[in-house]
Ligand binder design. Structure first.
Ligand SMILES: O=P(O)(O)OC[C@H]1O[C@](O)(CO)[C@@H](O)[C@@H]1O
Length: 255
């Protein structure tokens, strides 16, 4: 794992945006796996700026998002479809028919999941952006005795609903279910970019990067992937042993 630690959150955003922009330049028809939540907001802002400054085109890029709430229409401000349009798609030149998210409104969710997996199979993700939940979830793959490889419907942990309630008017409005790519699909990406910020995630960062590989912490499965880049702010990295077994040079810092 290539772990980079940043003193400055804007530099972290720029570093993540740089990786995505460089991929789009080197491979104009690249397939991106995208994430939502608070973590990528600054990354998308920085990517939009970089794309404008360096004339990076997304016209031939295809994107697949990790997850979506069940029961929220794309025009619902809390849906991840709305989030992606607001924070990225409406501000770059990507054709919307090349952007894909799980459909949490599908009449037959299981059939939709199978279809999403077929799409992911035929378009291998070049770079998968990931955030990290406090309980170690990636996408909406919650800790469990067993994890699911493919796209599936998941019942959200109460802790996840509570963490995400800040985006809704009340906890009651947070959907109880979501559709998420499975860990198998996530691990199939050629390269993974995990981004984590904040002291409140220091413990789970330590578990994910240097703890045992276990379904109790789905992000720990990333240790099995050959090409993972991790961008952390110094608070999120605060419990990692300097130069320890997570393969990290302390404060590799801003590139
Ligand atoms: O960036 P945040 O808002 O802390 O969310 C972290 C994780 O939670 C999710 O948004 C799902 O709850 C993930 O997609 C994300 O990786």
């Amino acid at each position: 794992m290539d772990i980079r630690i940043f003193e400055d959150n804007q530099e972290l955003d720029q570093a993540a945006a740089r990786l995505i922009a460089d991929l789009a330049k080197a491979k104009p028809d690249a397939v991106l796996g995208l994430a939502t939540g608070s973590t990528p907001v600054g990354i998308y802002r920085s990517l939009i700026e970089t794309a404008a400054a360096e004339r990076v085109s997304f016209k031939r890029i295809t994107t697949y998002n990790l997850d979506e709430y069940v029961g929220l229409t794309p025009d619902n401000e809390q849906s991840y479809a709305y989030y992606m349009n607001q924070h990225l798609f409406s501000k770059i030149d990507i054709p919307l028919n090349q952007t894909f998210l799980p459909d949490g409104m599908a009449d037959d969710l299981d059939a939709f999941c199978a279809k999403y997996d077929r799409m992911l199979e035929s378009a291998r993700v070049d770079l998968q952006l990931l955030g990290l939940g406090h309980n170690g979830h990636i996408g909406f793959n919650e800790p469990d005795r067993e994890l699911t490889a493919g796209t599936h419907v998941v019942t959200l942990d109460e802790a996840t609903r509570e963490a995400n309630a800040r985006f809704f008017a009340s906890l009651d409005e947070v959907p109880k279910q979501a559709v998420t790519m499975g860990v198998g699909s996530i691990l199939k990406a050629a390269r993974i970019l995990l981004v984590v910020r904040g002291a409140d995630k220091a413990e789970v960062v330590k578990r994910a990067l240097s703890g045992p590989v276990t379904t109790d912490c789905p992000a720990s499965l990333l240790q099995l992937h050959a090409d993972v880049t991790v961008l952390l702010d110094k608070e999120a990295a605060s419990l990692l042993a300097p130069g320890g077994n997570q393969g990290c040079s302390p404060f590799a810092s801003a590139m």
